[in-house]
Design a protein around this ligand. Sequence first.
Ligand code: NAP
Length: 307
Amino acid sequence: MERIYDRVALIGLGLIASSMFWAMKRDGNLAGEVTGYARTEATRETARRIGLCDRVCDSMAEAVKDADLVILCVPVGAMGPVMEEIAPHLKPGCTVTDVGSVKGDVIRSVTPHLPEGVFFVPGHPLAGTEHSGPESGFAELFDNRWTLLIPGSAPDEVVGDLRSFWERLGANVDLMDADHHDLVLAVTSHTPHLIAYTMVGVADDLRRVTDSEVIKYSAAGFRDFTRIAASDPTMWRDVFLTNKEATLEILGRFTEELFALQRAIRTGDGQHLFDYFTRTRAIRRGIIQAGQDTAAPNFGRGPSGQK
Ligand code: NAP
């Protein structure tokens, strides 16, 4: 297949960037040279050691020089400052995209720094694990998962190239506007993470259940929560600070439903509980049929949590 971009720059070399690199290599001809930059010398050294990127650069300016596609793979709160730093070094006509989990805030912080003649097409792969860092990536991460692109005012051919790029990384691609993205993700990802963090925090506080009992008798429900609650603290702090409105709205709805279930338990309203759980089971089956998860035990993931 034809090459889409002669030079691709990855800014930030964690789980998502490293998975994108290995998926580009798996394709063979998707990108010419892939450069990479990470903030700390330690991450750059690790990247060089494991062969992550064709060339690891010591500055963002060097990494983005002559790049046709620049991919911002840093926490959401760092997107604006990173864009400000790379702006003077971008090649005219290049495409900048990002992989951040929140879109409205990223657009608001990146766009003011965008030079004339450079296109910004925000993106978000709906794929990840609780692992982070340059060594956590794998080529199959995006296979058959959705990536959402926010076309904004970018020309059709610019969006089309980025769409083809993601499809060759293994993803299915949909276009969406930023506000809708942030609401959808508040329901499907952000609020569930907050609930998992809370549940693990609560268990930790329960002095009547010892730490060793919590670990030893961890049943499937709690174990799944602990996996999610092990996700990167910086990334998730930034998600909640930047997708504030949508998350608060969904949390309000969640609290109301939780109170209704609490009342049903107290009053012995088994019918309410049964009907509720019947409805939620149907939603779970729908997710499996849509290919966003698997019915295999432990969601088909190995002991490390990776697919
Ligand atoms: P990660 O593994 O923690 O890697 C983050 C990278 O960003 C590291 O290379 C880190 O550099 C760099 N970085 C951190 N803070 C920075 C700052 N203030 N300025 C410049 N660079 C900074 O993260 P990830 O999981 O790949 O996530 C990257 C982005 O993808 C985030 O925006 C996240 O919302 C989004 N995302 C994540 C997932 C997921 O499940 N993890 C899924 C979809 C989208 P050092 O290593 O040198 O510190």
